[in-house]
Design a protein around this ligand. Structure first.
Ligand code: MN
Length: 200
């Protein structure tokens, strides 16, 4: 059984960029629902329950056909949100090895921001934009619905949820404004830590 993780901060911690009500519903309703459906799908599959949620999603091919789609959607929703909460924090400076690596790869922070924003803004429908490490190289990518980069053997470093449930209460149809403000709540310290772990 997997538990809904605590955020590690209050629902209002990201105000005004991500509002309290959105955080509350997103975590306590949406993330809880993914968690419950993931657990329900795994009932009776003791071999899967021995693994971490990330391992299950990494090895989706090993999940029985009859529950694979449910696991992909809800297990993906479970781990994607676990990850998302961890990389959010207000007013963290862009620095460290990850800053050097981003500047080297994209040329500048502004170019990285443009590219990441483009990926987040152009994702049609529901999904995520990511900064990942792919065989040691930084890469921006999109995933649809609740798909995870882990299934493609890519290591997540940063992501933005662009499902409407993540911004609609405050931003309505203005996804670009949400993305712009998302840049004010990136926990670069955490992203840097993830980067250092990922490259080994
Ligand atoms: Mn979400």
């Amino acid at each position: 059984m997997f538990d809904l993780p605590q955020l590690g901060y209050e629902y209002d911690a990201l105000e005004p960029h991500i509002d309290t009500e959105t955080m509350k519903i997103h975590h306590s309703k949406h993330h809880q629902a993914y968690t419950d459906k993931f657990n329900a799908a795994l009932q009776g599959y003791d071999d899967l329950l021995q693994k971490s949620a990330e391992e299950i999603i990494k090895q989706l091919d090993g999940v029985p056909d009859v529950i694979r789609k449910t696991v992909r959607n809800n297990g993906g929703g479970y781990i994607n949100h676990n990850f998302f909460w961890k990389i959010l924090k207000k007013d963290v400076e862009f620095k460290g090895e990850i800053a050097d690596a981003i500047n080297a790869k994209f040329g500048s922070f502004d170019k990285f921001k443009d590219d990441f924003t483009h990926a987040a803004a152009t994702l049609f429908g529901s999904g995520w934009a990511w900064l990942v490490l792919n065989e040691g190289r930084l890469e921006i990518m999109q995933t649809h619905n609740q798909d995870s980069p882990l299934t493609e053997r890519k290591i997540p470093l940063l992501c933005i949820d662009v499902w409407e449930h993540s911004y609609y209460l405050k931003y309505q149809n203005k996804r670009p404004d949400y993305i712009e403000n998302f840049f004010k709540v990136i926990n670069w310290e955490k992203v840097n830590e993830l980067f250092k772990q990922a490259k080994g």
